[in-house]
Design a binder for this molecule. Structure first.
Ligand code: KG4
Ligand code: ZN
Length: 351
């Protein structure tokens, strides 16, 4: 098990409830300790077992979570210098996500809560991605309410209007694939590994983004579609590889750069429409795809040109991590929203 030591964002300030947070919704087992909105530890154990399958295999993910959860939680507590009995509450992801994976984190949290007689805080994974912007990190500025958040992950793509920490509404969503899926599926077609997003991002840096074009789909209002990008890439590869079997290999950076440009451009066009229609000029990015360097750069530039306040998460809080679960849980706990032992994970939708 490879535990990645994410940098601790604690700026030294003290205060607020001491929380253990657990995230196990997909293929990363993560545990964090937060004191208020300061992160004292945030560890993520990835699952290399999926790499050879080109995607997450749910049953293997559940088994890997079972192996990882005790060492990851122990390491997070040790790194934070916190003993279990010093905790004020235990937070965990209730959904959405893979049912088997969620059950591991939820069951572990319930058992630990019962043993230590601690309150439980159940967190919505997508809300946590948005609220990761409120993790204290030195004097990094935070968005003001209301703000718009483009939440782009491997399973979801949403434009969220955030009126308050516990008051948010999805005003646009993908009708088919998620943006992360569009990257992962494209990478798979080009014979690259999983997850594909970071690989496409890296290869795109060396490529000519204007070499190939992928037309954006026409979808009304703030909703989106990504499956057409994938199909266009498939047809391009099939057409060109017929004449030249070495086409993909010879054009890999150009294919990555052109595809990434199309997906990022489409996301930003939708975001610009949402800003115009809502009049909200505080704009944030969240979710795994917000680690994409082209998306981060292009949104920042668009914001500068249009006078928006743009908030891009710190790299380690983009992809799945337990610190964001702990951050969301602090808002819920402050509002008295704890749950009982009878809570059940949910795979889809909003809780
Ligand atoms: O939020 P996340 O860690 O897990 C989910 O909740 O889905 O997002 C994972 C997704 C994957 O599809 C991965 O390919 C994508 O985020 N991703 C990226 C980058 N880093 C991660 N996509 C594009 N560029 C990146 N640098
Ligand atoms: Zn996520």
């Amino acid at each position: 098990m490879a535990v990645q030591r994410a940098k601790v964002g604690n700026n030294g300030a003290k205060g607020g409830p001491l929380l253990l947070a657990i995230e196990s919704s997909c293929d990363d087992t993560s545990a964090a300790v937060l004191e208020g909105f300061n992160v004292r530890s945030n560890l993520v154990a990835g699952q290399a077992v999926h790499n050879k399958y080109g995607g997450v295999v749910p049953e293997l993910a559940s088994r890997a979570h079972q192996q990882n959860i005790v060492p990851v939680v122990s390491a997070a507590l040790a790194e934070a210098g916190v003993l279990p009995h010093q905790l004020d509450a235990i937070a965990f992801t209730l959904g959405p996500g893979l049912m088997g994976s969620l059950h591991v984190g939820v069951s572990f949290a319930k058992a630990m809560g019962l043993a230590l007689n601690l309150p439980l805080v159940a967190v919505d994974h997508m809300q946590a991605h948005v609220l990761a912007h409120f993790i204290i990190d030195g004097d990094k500025p935070q968005p003001q309410f209301p703000f718009l958040c483009l939440t782009v992950s491997g399973g979801h793509t949403q434009i969220v209007q955030v009126d308050g920490p516990l008051s948010m509404a999805v005003i646009g969503r993908t009708l088919d694939d998620a943006a992360g899926e569009a990257f992962d599926k494209a990478a798979k077609m080009m014979g690259l590994g999983y997850p594909g997003g970071p690989i496409v991002d890296r290869l795109a840096k060396e490529g000519d983004a204007s070499k190939f074009t992928f037309s954006p789909p026409k979808v009304a209002e703030h909703d989106m579609s990504f499956s057409g990008f994938k199909t266009s890439l498939l047809y391009l590869i099939q057409r060109e590889s017929g004449a030249d079997p070495g086409f993909v290999e010879a054009n890999l950076p150009h294919l990555c750069a052109s595809y990434q440009k199309a997906v990022v451009g489409y996301l930003l066009k939708k975001m610009a429409m949402a800003v115009t229609q809502t009049g909200i000029r505080h704009v944030a990015l969240a979710g795994g795809v917000s680690a994409n360097s082209a998306l981060r750069g292009a949104l920042t530039e668009l914001g500068q040109r249009n006078g928006w306040h743009v908030f891009v998460p710190k790299f380690e809080y983009c992809t799945d991590n337990a610190a964001m679960i702990g951050c969301a849980a602090q808002f819920l706990l402050a509002d008295g929203r704890t749950v009982g032992q009878n809570c059940v994970p949910f795979a889809r939708g909003i809780h």
